[in-house]
Design a protein around this ligand. Structure first.
Ligand code: NAD
Ligand code: UD1
Length: 335
């Protein structure tokens, strides 16, 4: 059985669907701080499978021990954590507590239960501000510009040290680029609780009329059209990457993989594609640069292609269409 921490959230719920459809048995834990139990119901509807769900916090040792005692868990995929860059600047202690301390409590519980396989949701942000593109897994971690990014880099370091002591463990660090899109059923997707910081949920909330207009954070970068470029990856492709990572986990070791498409798109290209594919106008204006934004970043995907036999296949058009389908079917998210 595979334990998904944070499995009610955006990436966890899509991964749950892919795992179940590949005949894995899963159990989900989540404290629902940034998700709704309705997402679990939707996973069940899509897959026709009952999903064991336990509401609880990864920082709660007693809770975790009870989960490992109750279920015969062979691997953990660890999604649970806080992910807003701006919030992490305002609440650094909460971020380090959830993301760093929470992961340590989880690793201790795994050690106790002798669970040897661990997959961690990391981020391209760990390459830091000065890394050349495309990002390669062999490059050193760089200087992150905010507590969220540093919490991911710290956990990666802790996992490396943990593996040095526990050499029979198989630890996989997946560095996500920019996950967007939603399941093709339109039943699960990204449901930010507050006004979104990230581009894609902002665009779709403008499209549905919940927000008036998008502000593009700067159009004077040294890029194709002056706006920032990112490696947007369809969340279902990303979810399938976890399945491939799980399938190659027999060997002990510490493995790091980028999960991206290897291509970049600018903010203007994203808006143009959303408008074209969905036939909707997105009002926008050009604002000033956002602190900490990099001009362009994208993944080198060779390692994941060669070693995980995984590559993203969904296009930017797919991402835009599926984002809009989810938003239209669920104008107020899971509420
Ligand atoms: P999400 O907020 O939708 O999912 C995270 C889930 O974890 C939520 O359901 C939340 O309720 C739960 N959670 C948070 N703290 C918890 C705790 N202490 N105990 C139990 N549950 C807790 O976010 P997501 O986009 O699905 O991201 C999943 C993981 O991937 C996170 O670790 C995030 O940092 C990482 N990541 C996300 C992105 C992205 O752009 N979405 C990019 C890179 C990395
Ligand atoms: C951000 C975080 C990153 C985190 C990721 C997922 C920063 C600096 N980086 O990545 O650490 O892992 O989210 O949570 O915050 N944009 C606009 N207008 C908007 C929103 C975004 O123009 O209203 C632009 C941004 O300037 C950027 C692009 O859209 O160029 C993508 O932004 P976003 O979705 O926030 O992702 P990242 O900045 O790549």
């Amino acid at each position: 059985m595979i334990l998904l921490t944070g499995g009610a959230g955006y990436i966890g719920s899509h991964t749950a669907v892919e795992l179940i459809q590949a005949n894995h048995e899963i159990v989900v834990i989540d404290n629902l701080s940034n998700s709704a139990v309705e997402s679990i119901r939707r996973i069940e509807t899509i897959t026709g499978t009952k999903v064991p769900f336990l509401e609880g916090d990864i920082r709660d040792e007693v809770f975790l021990d009870s989960v490992f005692q109750k279920y015969n868990i062979s691997a953990v995929i660890h999604f649970a954590g806080l992910k807003s860059v701006s919030e992490s600047v305002a609440k650094p202690l909460e971020y380090y507590d959830n993301n760093v301390h929470g992961t340590m409590v989880l690793l201790r519980a795994m050690q106790q239960a002798e669970v040897k396989q661990f997959i961690f949701s990391s981020s391209a942000t760990v390459y830091g501000e000065d890394a050349p593109v495309p990002y390669l897994e062999s490059m050193p971690r760089g200087r992150a510009s905010n507590p969220y990014g540093r919490s991911k880099a710290i956990v990666e370091q802790i996992l490396t040290d943990f593996h040095s002591a526990e050499t029979d463990m198989s630890i996989t660090i997946l560095r996500y680029f920019n996950p967007v899109g939603a399941h093709s059923s339109g039943m699960i997707g990204e449901d930010p609780k507050d006004i979104p910081n990230n581009l894609m949920p902002f665009v779709s909330q403008v499209a549905i009329g919940r927000l008036d207009k998008l502000v593009i954070h700067g159009d004077n970068y040294d890029t194709r059209d002056g706006t920032c470029e990112r490696d947007y990856i369809h969340v279902v492709d990303l979810a399938k990457g976890h399945l491939c990572a799980l399938n190659q986990m027999a060997a002990a070791g510490i493995h790091i993989f980028n999960l991206g498409t290897g291509k970049s798109n600018s903010v203007k290209e994203v808006i143009e594609t959303f408008q074209r594919v969905n036939g909707i106008k997105i009002p926008y204006e050009i604002g000033t640069r956002r602190d900490g934004d990099l001009p362009a970043c994208w993944a080198c995907t060779e390692k994941a292609e060669n070693q995980l036999q995984w590559r993203a296949t969904r296009t930017l058009e797919d991402m835009m269409r599926d984002t809009w389908q989810w938003q239209q079917k669920n104008p107020n998210g899971y509420n």
